[in-house]
Structures are given as structure tokens and as C-alpha cells.
Ligand binder design. Structure first.
Ligand code: NAD
Length: 322
């Protein structure tokens, strides 16, 4: 087992939701330096308040991770050893900019592979998404489940995964892929057009609007708390799972209507729920098999849904009160 301690680590998309939690976790794990590259499409400096208390052990570059020259210069200047690739443009962006939502995933992966192959850094840990699978053909979904992406975002994630795996097959580079299912927790964007179901419902209630169920509400998702995800990303480096792709989920399937009900209950909302048409290309069912994560990473989620939703909604509530 190798240690992340004393390593120099870069996170693309590190000012976003999962990336900022990963930055905090890496700094707590005594890395030598954590460098964030984020173009602030959705990132927020407020997410990095805790990380910034690490002083010279932490740096932020407001740059585009697609750009080969820029990434080469940052990796060289900061003597980066490990790169976590988390930068993306969220799924909902697919609906008004399908090309951009697809392309960003592919372009950043290509840039990072170039630099890994050139020896600019040693290890790439790439974040895929359960959306790359599309609707479950069987459940729970293991890593051999076929990829049937339904949105341009998901197609971009799947394309990047294929590219990265093919590079491993040919070049045996030190790289691995983590495939998280739905994450939730503090700092997930509340920007209405791009927000996921938990922050969106919290935002609507706080704004005095009705929560909305798109479609019949029977779509299912597997939710994992963001702190657990950050821990698993560190284990992916330490357990040296090069060449592998590993799911990250809880193995528990929640209906979207139940999730919305849960947010309403916690926030004391007793009003009506609005109905909207089904979202285009929506995935019906997602539920992870966590066997491989258990076996290769020794990983199991520590934060159950009840505790996770409490921490998440308390954070959104105090944000709304500021
Ligand atoms: N949130 C989830 O439920 C979830 C589930 C499965 C997989 N994932 C994956 O986890 C990773 C992180 O997701 P997240 O939820 O934190 O998303 P996020 O949108 O909060 O963070 C992504 C960050 O990438 C940045 N970014 C976008 N384009 C960039 C570019 N060209 N150069 C540099 N930075 C750029 C954004 O500004 C943002 O800060 C993504 O790869 C995503 O696909 C997320």
C-alpha cells in the first residue's frame, strides 16, 4: 500500500462540490500540496474556505483544464505527482448545450492522458459517473454492466472512460477510474438551472416555491454522501488499483419522489408538490453493486442516508438564513 501523505496532488474541478471536499480530505491526510485547477464555470471560492487555511500547502489556478500547455505548465511548476480529474459540466447543461456538456469530459481526459504518457506526473485517478451506464438492465449494477448513456453529459463520461481504459490496455499507465453514483452533501450547487434534486428542492422551499417532481417520481437513484466519496478517492490512490474501474455507491435504491418527500419533511414543508413532465432522456433506475469497492479499496460508506441528509439540509438551511 502506498501513502498519499507528502504527495503533491492536483484536482481538476477542485472548486466544485466533490472536488472541494476532496481538497479538504487530502489536506487532512498530510499531502505536501494540493493544487486546484478550476475555470469557475460552476466552482465557487467559498467552497475552498477550509482548504485555504492550509496556507502554502494549497493553491488555486483559475484555468481551463482542457488546455494542454496550461496544464503542462502548472503540473511542472507545482511538481505534481497525482492528478484527480473531477472537472465537468453538470448533466443539466446537456439540455441547452449538448455539445459543450459532451466535449468537456473528453477534452480534459485527453489532455491529462497526454501529460501522463509524457511522464509529466505519475498517477491519474479519473472520476466517471453512474450516468455512463444508463438505466439498470439488472440491479445492483456491477462494473461489467454495459454502458448505455442517454444524455450528452453521460456520453462524454462514457467516451472519456473508454479512452482512458484503452490507454491503459496499450500503455499500462498508472491510472484508475472511480465511478460514483449520486452524491449529496454541503456545497452542491444551488444554481437553479443546474442543481441536483436535493439542493433544488431545498432551494425551492427556501424561496417559497413548490417542490417539483419530474415524471412519475418512481425513477430511482443510489445516494452516497460526499465525505465518503472523498475518502474513497484517497483509497483509490493508496490501494494502487491501476487499470481498474470501481463503482462508488451505497447499494440502496431511493425513489426520487421519496427523496423529495424527505427534504420536505426535514424542512417542515407541508404544501403541494408540483408535477412536471418527465425530464428528457432521464435514467429510470440506478443502483450500485459495491462489491468491487469493498474488495479492492476496503471501502464501505460510513454516513447513512438519515445522517447524510441531516448534515446536508442543515448546511442549506444555515446558508439560507445568512
Ligand atoms: N455530483 C454527483 O452526484 C456526481 C455523481 C457521479 C459522478 N460525478 C462526477 O464527479 C465529478 C465532480 O462532480 P461535482 O458534482 O463536484 O460537479 P461540480 O459541477 O460541482 O464540479 C465540477 C467543477 O469543474 C469545473 N470545471 C468545468 N469545466 C472546467 C474546465 N474546462 N476546466 C477546469 N474546471 C472546469 C467547474 O467549475 C466545477 O467547479 C465530475 O466528474 C462528475 O461527473 C458527480
Amino acid at each position: 500500500m502506498r501513502s498519499i501523505k507528502d504527495k503533491r496532488v492536483l484536482i481538476t474541478g477542485g472548486a466544485g462540490f466533490i472536488g472541494s471536499h476532496l481538497a479538504d480530505a487530502l489536506l487532512s491526510a498530510e499531502t505536501a500540496k494540493v493544487v486546484v485547477v478550476d475555470n469557475f464555470f460552476l466552482g465557487d471560492m467559498a467552497n475552498l474556505c477550509e482548504a485555504q487555511t492550509a496556507g502554502e500547502r494549497f493553491a488555486v489556478y483559475r484555468d481551463d483544464a482542457r488546455d494542454l500547455g496550461t496544464m503542462k505548465a502548472i503540473i511542472r511548476k507545482e511538481k505534481i505527482e497525482v492528478v484527480y480529474n473531477l472537472a465537468t459540466i453538470t448533466l443539466r447543461h446537456s439540455f441547452f448545450n449538448p455539445y459543450g456538456a459532451y466535449r468537456v469530459n473528453v477534452d480534459i481526459a485527453e489532455t491529462l492522458l497526454h501529460l501522463l504518457e509524457d511522464g509529466a506526473y505519475q498517477t491519474l485517478i479519473h472520476s466517471s459517473s453512474s450516468e455512463a451506464y444508463g438505466t439498470a438492465l439488472y440491479s445492483p449494477m456491477d462494473e461489467n454492466h454495459s454502458m448505455n448513456p442517454t444524455t450528452p453529459y453521460a456520453a462524454g463520461k462514457a467516451a472519456a472512460d473508454h479512452m482512458i481504459r484503452s490507454f491503459y490496455n496499450v500503455l499500462k499507465l498508472d491510472l484508475s477510474i472511480i465511478r460514483p453514483f449520486n452524491n449529496y452533501g454541503p456545497r452542491q450547487t444551488m444554481e437553479a438551472a443546474l442543481a441536483a434534486i436535493i439542493p433544488l428542492t431545498a432551494l425551492r422551499i427556501q424561496n417559497g416555491e413548490k417542490p417539483v417532481i419530474e415524471g412519475d417520481g418512481n425513477q430511482t437513484r443510489d445516494f452516497i454522501y460526499v465525505g465518503d466519496t472523498a475518502r474513497a478517492f484517497i483509497l483509490a490512490y493508496e490501494k494502487d488499483i491501476r487499470g481498474e474501474l470501481v463503482n462508488l455507491g451505497s447499494g440502496i435504491e431511493h425513489k426520487i419522489s421519496d427523496i423529495i418527500g424527505c427534504v420536505c419533511d426535514y424542512m417542515g414543508y407541508m404544501g403541494e408538490i408540483e408535477r412536471a413532465p418527465e425530464r428528457a432522456a432521464d435514467v429510470r433506475r440506478l443502483c450500485a453493486s459495491s462489491e468491487k469497492a469493498k474488495k479492492l479499496l476496503g471501502f464501505e460508506p460510513e454516513i447513512g442516508f438519515e445522517e447524510g441528509i441531516r448534515r446536508t439540509l442543515d448546511w442549506y438551511i444555515q446558508l439560507g438564513l445568512k
